[in-house]
Design a protein around this ligand. Structure first.
Ligand SMILES: NC(=O)c1ccc[n+]([C@@H]2O[C@H](COP(=O)([O-])OP(=O)(O)OC[C@H]3O[C@@H](n4cnc5c(N)ncnc54)[C@H](OP(=O)(O)O)[C@@H]3O)[C@@H](O)[C@H]2O)c1
Length: 198
Protein backbone atom coordinates (compact mmCIF):
# COMPACT_ATOMS: atom_id res chain seq x y z
CA UNK A 1 0.00 0.00 0.00
CA UNK A 2 1.38 3.44 -0.93
CA UNK A 3 0.39 6.62 0.89
CA UNK A 4 0.52 10.32 0.05
CA UNK A 5 -0.53 13.51 1.77
CA UNK A 6 -1.47 16.55 -0.33
CA UNK A 7 -0.78 19.51 1.95
CA UNK A 8 2.19 20.06 4.24
CA UNK A 9 0.63 22.66 6.52
CA UNK A 10 -0.74 22.15 10.02
CA UNK A 11 -2.85 19.05 9.31
CA UNK A 12 -0.60 17.50 6.64
CA UNK A 13 2.40 17.79 8.97
CA UNK A 14 0.40 16.33 11.86
CA UNK A 15 -0.58 13.28 9.79
CA UNK A 16 2.99 12.93 8.49
CA UNK A 17 4.25 12.92 12.10
CA UNK A 18 2.30 9.74 12.78
CA UNK A 19 3.51 8.02 9.61
CA UNK A 20 7.09 8.74 10.68
CA UNK A 21 6.42 7.46 14.23
CA UNK A 22 4.89 4.27 12.79
CA UNK A 23 7.82 3.82 10.36
CA UNK A 24 5.53 4.00 7.31
CA UNK A 25 6.67 5.68 4.10
CA UNK A 26 4.47 8.55 2.95
CA UNK A 27 4.82 10.97 0.05
CA UNK A 28 4.06 14.58 0.95
CA UNK A 29 3.24 17.31 -1.58
CA UNK A 30 2.18 20.94 -1.48
CA UNK A 31 1.55 23.77 -3.93
CA UNK A 32 5.20 24.96 -3.94
CA UNK A 33 7.01 21.78 -4.90
CA UNK A 34 9.08 19.00 -3.27
CA UNK A 35 12.03 21.21 -2.29
CA UNK A 36 9.80 23.04 0.18
CA UNK A 37 8.97 19.74 1.94
CA UNK A 38 12.67 19.19 2.75
CA UNK A 39 12.52 20.86 6.20
CA UNK A 40 9.59 18.62 7.20
CA UNK A 41 11.46 15.54 5.96
CA UNK A 42 14.58 16.65 7.82
CA UNK A 43 12.56 17.06 11.02
CA UNK A 44 10.57 13.81 10.78
CA UNK A 45 13.09 11.55 9.05
CA UNK A 46 13.42 9.36 5.99
CA UNK A 47 9.88 7.99 5.98
CA UNK A 48 8.74 11.37 4.66
CA UNK A 49 9.20 11.45 0.87
CA UNK A 50 8.88 14.93 -0.68
CA UNK A 51 6.84 14.70 -3.90
CA UNK A 52 5.22 16.72 -6.63
CA UNK A 53 1.42 16.81 -6.47
CA UNK A 54 1.02 14.84 -9.72
CA UNK A 55 3.16 12.01 -8.29
CA UNK A 56 1.50 12.08 -4.86
CA UNK A 57 -1.88 11.71 -6.59
CA UNK A 58 -0.81 8.24 -7.80
CA UNK A 59 -0.75 6.69 -4.31
CA UNK A 60 -3.15 3.95 -3.22
CA UNK A 61 -4.30 6.21 -0.37
CA UNK A 62 -4.26 9.99 -0.92
CA UNK A 63 -4.91 12.30 2.03
CA UNK A 64 -6.39 15.72 1.26
CA UNK A 65 -4.95 18.06 3.91
CA UNK A 66 -5.62 21.28 2.02
CA UNK A 67 -8.27 24.01 2.15
CA UNK A 68 -11.71 22.81 0.97
CA UNK A 69 -11.72 25.31 -1.90
CA UNK A 70 -8.29 24.05 -3.06
CA UNK A 71 -9.35 20.45 -3.62
CA UNK A 72 -10.61 20.87 -7.19
CA UNK A 73 -7.43 22.55 -8.53
CA UNK A 74 -5.22 20.15 -6.54
CA UNK A 75 -6.69 16.96 -8.02
CA UNK A 76 -6.83 18.08 -11.66
CA UNK A 77 -3.91 15.79 -12.61
CA UNK A 78 -5.18 12.74 -10.74
CA UNK A 79 -6.20 10.79 -13.84
CA UNK A 80 -8.23 7.64 -13.21
CA UNK A 81 -8.75 6.90 -9.54
CA UNK A 82 -9.61 3.23 -10.16
CA UNK A 83 -11.14 2.80 -6.70
CA UNK A 84 -8.12 4.19 -4.86
CA UNK A 85 -8.88 5.76 -1.48
CA UNK A 86 -9.08 9.50 -0.83
CA UNK A 87 -9.00 10.48 2.85
CA UNK A 88 -10.83 13.77 3.21
CA UNK A 89 -9.33 15.70 6.13
CA UNK A 90 -10.77 19.01 4.91
CA UNK A 91 -13.31 21.19 6.65
CA UNK A 92 -15.69 23.33 4.64
CA UNK A 93 -15.29 26.71 6.32
CA UNK A 94 -16.35 30.19 5.28
CA UNK A 95 -13.72 32.87 5.88
CA UNK A 96 -13.33 35.25 7.64
CA UNK A 97 -16.52 34.43 9.58
CA UNK A 98 -15.18 30.92 10.40
CA UNK A 99 -18.67 29.45 9.99
CA UNK A 100 -19.60 26.25 8.15
CA UNK A 101 -19.84 26.90 4.41
CA UNK A 102 -23.41 26.83 3.10
CA UNK A 103 -23.45 23.64 1.01
CA UNK A 104 -27.23 23.49 0.61
CA UNK A 105 -27.51 20.81 3.27
CA UNK A 106 -25.16 18.37 1.56
CA UNK A 107 -22.33 16.69 3.50
CA UNK A 108 -19.02 18.31 2.54
CA UNK A 109 -17.41 14.95 1.79
CA UNK A 110 -20.10 14.15 -0.78
CA UNK A 111 -18.97 17.26 -2.66
CA UNK A 112 -15.37 16.10 -2.33
CA UNK A 113 -16.42 12.67 -3.66
CA UNK A 114 -17.87 14.34 -6.76
CA UNK A 115 -14.51 16.06 -7.25
CA UNK A 116 -12.63 12.74 -7.21
CA UNK A 117 -15.00 10.43 -9.14
CA UNK A 118 -14.06 6.77 -9.19
CA UNK A 119 -12.25 7.00 -5.84
CA UNK A 120 -13.50 5.73 -2.49
CA UNK A 121 -13.72 8.75 -0.17
CA UNK A 122 -13.26 8.32 3.56
CA UNK A 123 -13.72 11.26 5.90
CA UNK A 124 -11.17 11.16 8.74
CA UNK A 125 -8.46 13.20 10.49
CA UNK A 126 -10.58 16.39 10.24
CA UNK A 127 -12.14 16.75 13.68
CA UNK A 128 -9.20 17.62 15.94
CA UNK A 129 -7.19 20.85 16.07
CA UNK A 130 -3.85 20.24 14.35
CA UNK A 131 -1.76 20.54 17.52
CA UNK A 132 -3.82 17.86 19.25
CA UNK A 133 -3.84 15.63 16.17
CA UNK A 134 -0.04 15.90 16.01
CA UNK A 135 0.50 14.89 19.62
CA UNK A 136 1.05 11.38 20.96
CA UNK A 137 -2.29 9.52 20.64
CA UNK A 138 -1.45 7.40 23.69
CA UNK A 139 -0.59 10.32 25.95
CA UNK A 140 -3.27 9.80 28.62
CA UNK A 141 -2.94 6.02 28.87
CA UNK A 142 -5.74 5.37 26.39
CA UNK A 143 -5.80 5.87 22.64
CA UNK A 144 -7.10 9.04 21.06
CA UNK A 145 -10.22 8.39 18.95
CA UNK A 146 -10.38 9.30 15.27
CA UNK A 147 -13.73 9.11 13.49
CA UNK A 148 -14.13 7.42 10.12
CA UNK A 149 -17.02 7.77 7.66
CA UNK A 150 -17.53 6.79 4.07
CA UNK A 151 -19.85 5.12 1.61
CA UNK A 152 -17.49 2.18 0.98
CA UNK A 153 -17.33 -0.15 3.98
CA UNK A 154 -14.13 -1.82 2.76
CA UNK A 155 -12.35 1.53 2.43
CA UNK A 156 -13.60 2.57 5.88
CA UNK A 157 -12.04 -0.61 7.29
CA UNK A 158 -8.76 -0.01 5.45
CA UNK A 159 -8.47 3.48 6.95
CA UNK A 160 -9.60 2.26 10.37
CA UNK A 161 -6.77 -0.31 10.29
CA UNK A 162 -4.30 2.39 9.25
CA UNK A 163 -5.52 4.64 12.07
CA UNK A 164 -4.90 1.80 14.53
CA UNK A 165 -1.41 1.27 13.06
CA UNK A 166 -0.74 4.97 13.62
CA UNK A 167 -1.55 4.54 17.33
CA UNK A 168 -5.10 5.93 17.45
CA UNK A 169 -8.41 4.22 18.14
CA UNK A 170 -10.68 4.29 15.06
CA UNK A 171 -14.43 4.74 15.43
CA UNK A 172 -16.31 3.94 12.23
CA UNK A 173 -19.52 5.95 12.03
CA UNK A 174 -21.00 4.80 8.71
CA UNK A 175 -21.84 6.49 5.43
CA UNK A 176 -21.12 10.10 4.49
CA UNK A 177 -24.77 11.15 4.87
CA UNK A 178 -24.74 9.70 8.42
CA UNK A 179 -21.32 9.74 10.08
CA UNK A 180 -19.89 12.22 7.61
CA UNK A 181 -22.47 14.77 8.70
CA UNK A 182 -21.61 14.24 12.38
CA UNK A 183 -17.89 14.83 11.86
CA UNK A 184 -18.02 17.73 9.42
CA UNK A 185 -17.22 21.29 10.46
CA UNK A 186 -19.91 22.74 12.75
CA UNK A 187 -21.29 19.33 13.75
CA UNK A 188 -21.34 17.53 17.08
CA UNK A 189 -18.11 15.53 16.83
CA UNK A 190 -15.80 18.35 15.75
CA UNK A 191 -13.16 19.26 18.36
CA UNK A 192 -14.17 16.29 20.55
CA UNK A 193 -10.84 15.01 21.90
CA UNK A 194 -11.87 11.55 23.11
CA UNK A 195 -9.78 8.62 24.30
CA UNK A 196 -10.67 4.95 24.41
CA UNK A 197 -9.39 3.05 27.44
CA UNK A 198 -9.23 -0.73 27.53
N1 LIG B 1 -5.60 23.53 11.23
C1 LIG B 1 -6.46 22.77 11.92
O1 LIG B 1 -6.44 22.73 13.17
C2 LIG B 1 -7.43 21.90 11.17
C3 LIG B 1 -8.18 20.95 11.89
C4 LIG B 1 -9.00 20.08 11.21
C5 LIG B 1 -9.14 20.17 9.83
N2 LIG B 1 -8.46 21.14 9.15
C6 LIG B 1 -8.62 21.19 7.70
O2 LIG B 1 -7.45 20.65 7.10
C7 LIG B 1 -7.21 21.30 5.85
C8 LIG B 1 -5.80 21.87 5.88
O3 LIG B 1 -5.75 22.82 6.92
P1 LIG B 1 -4.35 23.33 7.48
O4 LIG B 1 -4.65 24.03 8.75
O5 LIG B 1 -3.36 22.23 7.46
O6 LIG B 1 -3.96 24.42 6.38
P2 LIG B 1 -2.53 25.08 6.12
O7 LIG B 1 -1.66 24.96 7.31
O8 LIG B 1 -2.80 26.42 5.55
O9 LIG B 1 -1.90 24.15 4.97
C9 LIG B 1 -2.57 24.03 3.74
C10 LIG B 1 -1.70 23.21 2.81
O10 LIG B 1 -2.44 23.03 1.59
C11 LIG B 1 -1.52 23.18 0.52
N3 LIG B 1 -2.25 23.54 -0.70
C12 LIG B 1 -3.13 24.54 -0.90
N4 LIG B 1 -3.56 24.53 -2.18
C13 LIG B 1 -2.94 23.49 -2.78
C14 LIG B 1 -2.95 22.97 -4.09
N5 LIG B 1 -3.74 23.47 -5.06
N6 LIG B 1 -2.16 21.90 -4.38
C15 LIG B 1 -1.37 21.35 -3.42
N7 LIG B 1 -1.33 21.80 -2.14
C16 LIG B 1 -2.09 22.86 -1.84
C17 LIG B 1 -0.61 24.30 0.98
O11 LIG B 1 0.52 24.30 0.17
P3 LIG B 1 1.75 25.33 0.47
O12 LIG B 1 2.43 24.78 1.70
O13 LIG B 1 2.59 25.19 -0.76
O14 LIG B 1 1.13 26.67 0.68
C18 LIG B 1 -0.38 23.87 2.44
O15 LIG B 1 0.69 22.95 2.51
C19 LIG B 1 -8.29 22.38 5.71
O16 LIG B 1 -9.34 21.89 4.90
C20 LIG B 1 -8.75 22.60 7.14
O17 LIG B 1 -10.07 23.09 7.21
C21 LIG B 1 -7.59 21.99 9.78
Amino acid sequence: MTYAIIGSGAIGSAIATHFARAALDVHVANSRGPATIAPLAARLGGYIKPAAVEDALKADVVFLAIPFHAVLPAVLDAGDWNGRIVVDATNAIEFPSFKPLDLGGRPSSQLIAETVPGSRVVKAFNTLPAAILASDPRSDGGRRVLFVSGDHADANQTIAALIADLGFSPLVLGALHEGGRLQQFGAALVAQNLSRHG
